[in-house]
Design a protein around this ligand. Structure first.
Ligand code: AHR
Length: 335
């Protein structure tokens, strides 16, 4: 089930108003034995034990995603959650998943820091009969039926939306673009780069430099400082997330330039800090990446444990904001 999200784009575009798009392909797992702990849950069922391995705490988006998962997979909702933070290291995620297998949890869920390198541990979970649910990021694996469902945004589409807006604004003006990439080898970095490049292909926008800032504010600032030293003709920054864009703002201001005016900025996420910078005129456009995956994860896990069919791919629909839209949306923004 490698990189299903590439195929999803058209379906998402067609789906229109629905906030979540569940694709037709379904898979079912044999019912797991609910409640290794045997504790009764509220509502009469038994507690479902879940091991969740999170990427890290690298961004505002990740903080909102963690909160959504921890607020949803609660004892009151019938879950016993073991949560671990991998600090952006794949080896930490693999050892966390192995611990969950050893504990015999009912379901393992994780957001993979990078796309490849999961075959052995996914095979181990499969051999132990523990269903795996992916959230947020995809894996590229040769293990058949390695996971029962993948819940998250279409990152290629996000990159395309950013690139299409840039192409509409600046085509014909010979714009020089620098790109702040997310974590090397991660699905959002690979896909957002691909989507943006495709959308500006054939226009007068040119990517003159592209490096990773690892999805962190500090990383974005440091890489942007290097870009500003190496190039005196940067018109536009495409940052793969808000945090790197916010770091770039600091670097641009320190260099005596005005972010949003001298150098335009496009980012992805639309978390509160990013939206505030957009409303303040320091960012020019943001494509949303919705982090509130907890409710869908809870729903999928309950179905898997009950032996019901679940959607193999659940695509989260994202919006986009210009400066005026950000001002209107900020008062009610949840994250
Ligand atoms: O995988 C989602 C990405 O990871 C978010 O866009 C970014 O902020 C986070 O670190």
């Amino acid at each position: 089930m490698a990189r299903h999200h590439h195929i999803i784009r058209t379906a998402l575009a067609i789906a229109g108003a629905a906030s979540l798009v569940a694709l037709a392909a379904c898979s079912s797992a044999p019912p797991a034995e609910p409640g290794a702990s045997g504790e009764p849950a509220a509502g009469g069922g038994e507690t479902i034990t879940v091991g969740f391995s999170q990427v890290g705490a690298e961004s505002g988006w990740r903080a909102a995603n963690t909160k959504s998962i921890q607020d949803t997979l609660t004892t009151e909702n019938g879950f016993e959650l073991s949560f671990s933070d991998a600090q952006q290291k794949q080896e930490n995620q693999i050892s966390a998943i192995r611990n969950y297998i050893a504990q015999g949890v009912d379901v393992i869920a994780f957001s993979p820091v990078v796309e490849t390198g999961w075959d052995a541990v996914l095979q181990e979970a499969k051999s132990a009969g523990i269903p795996v649910v992916l959230t947020d990021r995809a894996v590229d694996t040769t293990v058949e039926d390695a996971y029962v469902s993948f819940i998250g945004s279409d990152f290629i589409l996000e990159g395309e939306m950013a690139g299409e807006w840039a192409a509409e604004q600046y085509d014909g003006e010979g714009y020089k673009v620098v790109e702040l990439q997310g974590t090397t080898g991660s699905a959002p970095a690979i896909d957002r780069k691909e989507g943006f490049a495709a959308a500006i292909d054939g226009t007068d926008l040119e990517i003159i430099d592209s490096q990773t800032g690892d999805f962190t504010r500090d990383g974005g600032k440091k890489v942007m400082e290097g870009f500003l030293t190496a190039h005196d003709d940067i018109d536009l920054v495409f940052a793969h997330n808000d945090d790197m864009g916010l770091g770039a703002i600091e670097a641009i201001e320190a260099a005596g330039k005005v972010p949003g005016e001298d150098i335009k900025i496009i980012t992805i996420d639309a978390v509160k800090d990013g939206m505030q910078a957009l409303a303040d005129g320091k960012i020019n456009y943001i494509v949303e990446c919705n982090p509130l995956l907890g409710p869908d994860l809870a729903d999928v896990i309950k179905k898997v444990v009950a032996g019901e069919e679940v959607e193999e791919r659940i695509v989260v629909k994202d919006e986009a904001f210009d400066q005026e839209a950000a001002k209107a949306a900020l008062p009610d923004r949840q994250y």
